[in-house]
Design a protein around this ligand. Structure first.
Ligand SMILES: Nc1ncnc2c1ncn2[C@@H]1O[C@H](COP(=O)(O)OP(=O)(O)OP(=O)(O)O)[C@@H](O)[C@H]1O
Ligand SMILES: [Mg+2]
Length: 114
């Protein structure tokens, strides 16, 4: 089991969602976030104030998948989220110790299977 976290452009979120759905991955959490990349997060001084520029609306997705779905999920996100311009985001993959389904009490892969 892995947890995949992906930070993508908000403008690409629908494409990413559709791409995952086509691969039968219809479950994830998502958050509106702010962040800095190398090219963003510059600051300007304007009329005595300091302002952040270059924020791009971003969504972070968190998806827990069993091993057979890991590569599929990564490819689905990467292909749908890519523009080729700086700032397309990042995908992080974590080993996951366990998951517990609160309703059924099932754990591990069984907790996330239908
Ligand atoms: N090392 C990191 N740790 C945590 N979040 C990151 C990291 N790098 C990027 N991010 C997140 O991804 C968003 C987009 O950053 P990204 O790396 O895609 O842009 P960039 O560095 O400006 O350009 P690029 O990497 O495409 O040259 C950031 O705003 C931030 O939320
Ligand atoms: Mg970067």
């Amino acid at each position: 089991m892995k947890k995949i976290e992906a930070i993508v452009r908000a403008s690409k979120f629908e494409d990413v969602k559709d791409s995952l759905s086509k691969n039968e991955i219809n479950f994830f959490s998502f958050f509106e976030i702010k962040g800095y990349g190398h090219e963003t997060g510059k600051q300007v001084n304007y009329r005595g104030g300091v302002y952040d520029i270059g924020y791009i609306g971003r969504i972070k997705l968190e998806i827990i998948v069993s091993e057979p779905f890991v590569e599929t999920a990564i490819q689905a996100i990467a292909q749908a989220a890519r523009t080729g311009e700086k700032g397309d985001g990042i995908i992080s993959i974590y080993d996951l110790a366990n998951v517990i389904n609160i309703r059924t009490g099932l754990t591990g892969t069984e907790a996330i299977n239908k």
